[in-house]
Design a binder for this molecule. Structure first.
Ligand SMILES: [Zn+2]
Length: 187
């Protein structure tokens, strides 16, 4: 991780602060570029009422966008110490509603992440990797979230507005405050 970010001091500092915040449970594996997107997983949540040791696991594809790809995934994780809620989606994994909810929360996070990404000196056109064209529904979700972006700039506003949006789509979910759980364990 350090080597990938060596050309960007601010991003290196972000990685170090996350490393410490997550009690060194921040992992990154690098894979050959097989066309799959980069990912981050939050592990350690057994169920919404039982939060264990939270770990962040990033898998990265080797590509020309490797540095920005890593910054992008770190910024997803960074929403936790910033106090943003993590939405636990209580729908059947792989179902249409589960995928819709995943698209909503992922794109809502992107709205919050983009200004921070730009403040780290990363180029806007590399914020997202190449992916398949969005479906009409995905396009609608992204447009709705961009429209509500002024309301997403604080953790409370984000909680209120993303929760309301998920409710309107009849998604069953719980909002988890992982920062509180992590900080409590440090004391
Ligand atoms: Zn993302």
């Amino acid at each position: 991780m350090t080597a990938i970010l060596s050309g960007n001091r601010k991003a290196s500092m972000l990685a170090r602060s996350l490393w410490e915040f997550f009690n060194f449970e921040l992992y990154c594996s690098i894979h050959d570029d097989d066309g799959q997107p980069n990912r981050h997983r939050i592990e350690g949540i057994l169920d919404p009422s039982s939060i264990g040791d939270v770990r962040i696991v990033i898998s990265l594809r080797r590509s020309a966008r490797q540095e920005e790809g890593l910054v992008h995934e770190l910024l997803h994780a960074n929403l936790i110490p910033l106090g943003y809620p993590t939405f636990w989606i209580d729908e059947e994994q792989g179902s249409e509603k589960w995928q819709l909810a995943g698209g909503i929360t992922n794109n809502a996070e992107h709205v919050v992440m983009l200004p921070i990404y730009l403040s780290l000196g990363c180029p806007k056109h590399r914020f997202l990797g190449a992916s398949r064209p969005p479906t009409d529904q995905e396009r609608r979700v992204i447009a709705d979230l961009v429209e509500m972006s002024p309301n997403l700039s604080t953790p409370d506003g984000y909680l209120t507005h993303v929760s309301a949006y998920l409710q309107r789509q009849n998604v069953t979910f719980r909002a988890l405050h992982l920062a509180d759980a992590i900080v409590k364990k440090k004391i």
